[in-house]
Design a protein around this ligand. Structure first.
Ligand code: AMP
Ligand code: TRP
Length: 333
């Protein structure tokens, strides 16, 4: 694999879905490749963010990366706004992507809701900025959760159209990496809704900073159905809440859903929830504690982000420079 790029928005409440769908895979990939991990603050402001909270959440995402096990000396960790190449390349991509492509984006439709006229223009061109994030590094592999698949297909289309229109082989073809059992973790309160940072109910998600008592309480109260656990995957059909808890267990245990069901099939949810709590506390506890330590040492986090931005710029600047030449911008400096 060549270069890995991924991003997480600093919009508060990092949760188990972010960990299982994305951050955990970042940690694994760093052994094989050069990685660039970005706290995407430019994306965050496509919906209103309180400035002081945005700064705090930016440090929190960086702290989560480090606490989960990304080595900030070996890999690049930075916040997007500190590397101007992202916004500059995004402008070029605003002129490559077609309105018809953006109109199909389901995340825009969901986030804009019925008040479409009132959504920011940034929310609409969000996927173009995402393509710029990746392609400013000519990254080839992008680890994300299932919900980002459509955006990555659009990023691929942008790279291909740019190459085609300008008659070059400049940008690489992007490969999504959607791996593991936890690529779509659902809400603990509603098996048909994605676990999300913005769900008004805190009981719907396990936050990475939740302590053992909160984790236990949320799992105990998680919705289930009255049936016992099945011993085969087919038995989870039509039981979204049950399927979600089993999937979370499998993901945390690095096992398959099949293997988990072979072990727990026939038992009651009350027992299973106890086991799940133990596993979740064992896996997430140390990460949450290290995050708290880092959040209490903002200077340490800021120094890592600064160093990361410098290294990120060194890669992105020459690529942006070449893209500008290809487009035909007269370089007079
Ligand atoms: P975001 O919070 O939207 O910035 O997402 C950061 C990363 O976490 C992306 O790769 C998402 O695909 C992933 N992610 C977010 N929510 C979930 C979820 N409920 N299940 C699995 N992955 C998720
Ligand atoms: N849109 C992604 C999300 O909400 C975050 C993101 C921004 C990203 N730029 C990216 C992910 C580039 C992967 C690559 O989850």
């Amino acid at each position: 694999m060549d270069r890995i790029f991924s991003g997480v928005q600093p919009t508060g409440n990092l949760h188990l879905g972010n960990y299982l769908g994305a951050i955990r895979n970042f940690v694994r990939l760093q052994a094989e490749s050069e990685c660039v991990f970005c706290v995407v603050d430019l994306h965050a402001i496509t919906v209103w963010q309180e400035p002081a909270e945005l700064r705090n959440s930016t440090r929190e995402v960086a702290a989560a990366f480090i606490a989960a096990g990304i080595d900030p000396q070996a890999q690049i960790i930075f916040n997007q706004s500190q590397v101007p190449a992202h916004a500059e390349l995004a402008w070029i991509f605003n002129c490559v992507a077609r309105l018809g492509w953006l109109n199909r984006m389901t995340q825009f439709k969901e986030k804009a809701g019925k008040q479409r006229e009132n959504a920011s223009a940034g929310l609409y061109v969000y996927p173009n900025l995402m393509a710029a994030d990746i392609l400013a590094y000519k990254a080839t592999h992008v680890p994300v959760g299932e919900d980002q698949k459509q955006h990555l297909e659009l990023a691929r289309d942008i790279a291909q159209k740019f190459n085609h229109d300008y008659g070059v082989e400049f940008f690489p073809i992007i490969e999504p990496l959607i791996q593991g059992e936890g690529t779509r973790v659902m809400s603990l309160r509603d098996g048909s809704a994605k676990m999300s940072k913005s769900d008004p109910s805190d009981a719907s998600r396990i936050n990475l900073t939740d302590g053992p008592d909160d984790i236990a309480k949320k799992i105990r109260r998680a919705r289930t159905d009255p049936e016992a656990l099945p011993s085969e995957v087919e038995g989870l059909e039509g039981r979204p809440e049950a399927a979600n808890l089993v999937t979370i267990y499998a993901a945390l245990d690095d096992a398959t859903t099949e293997a988990v069901l072979r072990e727990v099939g026939g038992t009651q949810f009350s027992d299973f929830k106890g086991r799940l709590t133990e596993l979740a506390v064992a896996r997430l506890g140390p990460i949450g504690e290290e995050m708290q330590r880092l959040m209490a040492a903002p200077g340490e986090v800021d120094a890592i982000l600064k160093h990361g931005a410098e290294r990120a710029s060194e890669i992105a600047e020459p690529i942006l420079h070449e893209a500008k030449e290809i487009v035909g911008f007269l370089n007079v400096r």
